[in-house]
Design a protein around this ligand. Structure first.
Ligand SMILES: [Zn+2]
Length: 150
């Protein structure tokens, strides 16, 4: 977990905005939201970047929470930092497998770290969406043909 102290330092970027919390506890609440939702300082940075791009007031904890959720659900989700195995790109790790003939082949696989798992989940989701698209196709063609028979 990221240290609250680190997050509070980053939160100073918001002090130029309007309506900042008047008590230290208010800032701490914001820091706690980020601590719960983000696994790296890089993510905290991205969330604050996004807020500073579009907003003029210091966020309420609930607003900050939903921004974290939005970013995580967007096309460019916040991914955990790559681990030692899949760094620096954080996309693949290389594993040796036996092919059908018993030869050792090197292939790329998603890493087993948090980042790799999230990428693998995105791969699976995309594959399911693709499969759903190709399943719909024949139904659509049939409907068109029936109309043509009219
Ligand atoms: Zn990894």
């Amino acid at each position: 977990m990221i240290e609250l102290r680190e997050i509070r330092k980053e939160l100073r970027r918001l002090t130029g905005l309007s309506f900042p919390p008047t008590e230290m506890e208010g800032w701490t609440e914001l820091a706690k939201v980020l601590q719960r939702r983000c696994s790296t300082m890089n993510q905290v940075h991205q969330v604050l970047d996004r807020w500073l791009d579009t907003e003029e007031n210091v966020p309420k904890p609930s607003q900050l929470g939903s921004l974290c959720a939005d970013i995580a659900a967007s096309d460019h989700p916040i991914l955990p930092e790559p681990c030692d195995v899949c760094a620096p790109e954080g996309l693949w790790r290389y594993v040796e497998r036996l092919d059908k003939t018993g030869e050792i082949v090197c292939c790329a696989a998603r890493c087993t770290c948090a980042r790799g798992c999230q990428l693998a989940a995105m791969d699976a989701k995309r594959a399911m969406e693709e499969a759903a698209k190709t399943r719909k196709q024949p139904v659509l063609m049939k409907a068109v043909r029936l109309e043509e028979l009219g």
